[in-house]
Design a protein around this ligand. Sequence first.
Ligand SMILES: Cc1ncc(COP(=O)(O)O)c(C=O)c1O
Length: 385
Amino acid sequence: MKFNQIPTPAYICEESKLNNNLKILNEISIKSGAKVLCALKGFAFSPAMLNCANALAGATCSGLNEAKYARSFGFKSVHTYSPAFKDSQIDEIIALSDHIIFNSLNQLRAFGKKAKNAGVSIGLRLNPQSSASPCDAYNPCARYSRLGVSAKMLQNATNDDLDLLDGLHFHALCEQNSKALELVLNAFKANFSALIERKNIKWLNFGGGHHISKQGYDKELLISLINEYSSDFSVYLEPGEAVGWQCGYLLASVLDVVDNEIPTYIIDASAQCHMPDTALMPYRPALRGEILNKNEQKNAHKCRFGGATCLAGDVVGLEAGEPDFYIKEPLKIGDKVIFEDQIHYSVVKNTTFNGVCLPALVWCKDNGEYELKRIFDYEDFARRN
Ligand SMILES: Cc1ncc(COP(=O)(O)O)c(C=O)c1O
């Protein structure tokens, strides 16, 4: 398929860029001995999953659906964690998983023995109460957090509880460099040393949020932090963002322009539905071709982009406080626009609010060819409502 034949809206994932991220993650694995898992909650894009399954040590899954999905693509190992598992799903989850990580002592007591007897390796999520996450919504260690067992909560654990464990897990980072991991590891060690030193603890999972594939990430520090543990434990990392980072974009068409003091282009993609992190969080997607230089902006065309939904706030960049974009020239109806880096945490979170269609999934192969892999239509909308 030629680029101009791609229907809009569409998420276009680029194999060459994905493979580059996978190569970086693989190098970390080779140099540190850590096993790197793909966090499907952040990056699940079916056409790309075989690449991930082949390159990485496994997948980390948030429950039954993601565990099934991981198995369907042949991920070598399936690690399932949820804040709470359901009675009605636990047997299937046990059958699908190599590791199950429980979020609380209650859940460990409810399902741990059963999972262990079935040969699953058992972990407990701990809350190291240290995080440098950019905002509370992304801070699993914030006060009152429901995610993981704090040192105080752990005082209620019995020896029987702790004997069940094979490994320990924490997740405390969000888009962070390895220096932030160092701080979390210090807190982890300080809070849980007695537990870490128990003979039955064979693995440690350092969660996600490691921005490994971003330029400037300190890989050497990460490797040395892992090396402190890798002679005594198997170490796991479970990044989502670092797998899908900068490996694709959202393509949309201009449907109309409304000029109310500033031209706002109505596009067939929606910030709210198709780039949810940009609508709910202070993220602003980059527009391909936009002018960022303040001096050059003075002579540029200033405009905004909004979705074809009834939500007043469905304006790209509004939540980040930067809804104005500067481009060379005004756009015409039918023109295409590209929002960069819209593959991770977008496809997995999109919605059909207002009955809008979900963007198609397009795979741009290593050789530059485009393949239309999925289109979504009325049936998809009707089944969800
Ligand atoms: C438990 C757990 N592991 C891994 C991840 C992946 O994090 P990231 O995509 O930031 O690397 C998340 C994200 O929320 C998570 O909650």
